[in-house]
Design a protein around this ligand. Structure first.
Ligand SMILES: Cc1cc2nc3c(=O)[nH]c(=O)nc-3n(C[C@H](O)[C@H](O)[C@H](O)COP(=O)(O)O)c2cc1C
Length: 178
């Protein structure tokens, strides 16, 4: 699939088929994440793959009822917990780059999932301490995001995006590029 098509067609998927995900596909998308760029190439990211029911109750305990993705965490065949070791990244201008490093890798993973016919949904609204303690993730690691993973059982419409003229400037701040 063409890169631009993958970027255009990816959606946050919150409903999954009851169908296992082939391990080769999981490896492929983890490898896509592994190839992401990072601060000084330090690759601070770590991924915890939970297959079947592994760790699921601990995750559910950490997700608020109001999180629209909670049901997907309960029902998706796979969940991937995306973590970072901040000591393997840098801080510049007050920006903690472990978040950026890991976000890039996470998005590689989500785009690769879509290219393989799988759905994902970045989720950031959970009790991080409960996730860490429930899954035995070492102190000091940050849980940057969590995604369910599986074959989609829905085709969500695209969510609205701002126009390029609102967000891209040329020559001077505020002068629309297009
Ligand atoms: C950093 C981040 C955190 C998010 N957290 C959640 C979440 O906790 N629960 C959820 O259902 N969706 C979550 N989302 C998904 C967004 O709601 C979704 O990306 C947005 O509405 C655009 O829809 P789309 O991904 O289908 O284009 C999150 C997305 C990002 C990037």
């Amino acid at each position: 699939m063409d890169l631009f098509q993958v970027v255009r067609d990816r959606r946050s998927i919150r409903k999954y088929q009851d169908r296992p995900v082939e391990w080769e596909k999981i490896e492929q998308l983890l490898d896509a994440a592994r190839l992401a760029p990072s601060w000084k190439n330090m690759q601070c990211w770590r991924f915890l793959v939970l297959n079947g029911g592994e760790g699921r109750q601990a995750l559910l305990d950490a997700f608020p009822e109001d999180n629209p993705g909670k049901k997907a965490i309960a029902s998706a065949p796979v969940v991937i917990v995306v973590c970072a070791d901040p000591s393997e990244s840098g801080v510049e201008n007050g920006i903690e780059y472990y978040v950026a490093d890991t976000a890039i890798a996470f998005e590689h993973l989500c785009l690769a999932a879509h290219a393989l016919g799988l759905g994902s949904c970045w989720m950031g609204w959970y009790d991080e301490r409960a996730v860490r303690e429930g899954l035995g993730i070492p102190e000091g690691m940050r849980v940057v995001g969590i995604t369910p993973l599986g074959y989609p059982d829905q085709e969500p419409k695209p969510r609205p995006r701002k126009q390029l003229s609102e967000i891209a400037f040329v020559g001077q701040w505020g002068k629309a590029a297009c």
